[in-house]
Ligand binder design. Sequence first.
Ligand code: PEP
Length: 253
Amino acid sequence: MARRMLIVGNWKMNGLLETARELADGIVAGVSARAVGCEVVLAPPATALHLLQQRLGGSAVKLAGQDLSEHECGAHTGEIGGIMLRNVGCWYVIVGHSERRADCGEDNDRVARKMAAAFRDGLQPIVCVGETLEERDQGRALEVVGAQLAVLYPRLPKRPSLVVAYEPVWAIGTGRNASPEQIQEVHGFIRQDLCARLGEDGRKIRIVYGGSVKPGNAQAIFALEDVDGGLIGGASLKSADFLAIIDAVPEKF
Ligand code: PEP
């Protein structure tokens, strides 16, 4: 099954307008200079979305929000709706990042509602799943990821253009790496689960990996059978590193 590899840069709460412009321009120039076979997406902070819409315009690099409200519009101070994200040029939105689960108390049900809101508003959700170190040490990694996926299925539309990001919480921003065996085990489990619930449609869903992906480890991770790309945090803040990660993407089709 041909799935186009996907590389997403998650800038988190980094980037004032001047640095966001420089970084975006560097990435666009690098992507444009290469024959990039994969899809490249940037998720800047909300304050830089409009700027990036202008800087990415006409290039192959797409835009994503880092989060969205489950509500469509109205009296929800501080929230940003999916239609607003579409309005500033977003194609994708990250949903249920572990930092939002931890910092903002987003539980599995809320993540599922946000995913449904993304579909409703015409965005492709990138839904993050992953276990904490404590859960892994208890041997519960697959159980936790299975429960995070289970709540999504009742809210999926037909033939969903969903992306699942497996991000072990203990490997995010820590420099600590999951081994290729650990990554493939969970990605293989997610693929099986998607196929068991969605049949052939489950094969079309991309499963990307996130957790301290760097130029030095990207090639080994992207070569794994059930890895369809990466969600890149820290290393997406330097254009040279992000482009080196893009260069590590194999042609899988
Ligand atoms: C992330 O923010 O989703 C992430 C994977 O961060 P990092 O690459 O810094 O671990």
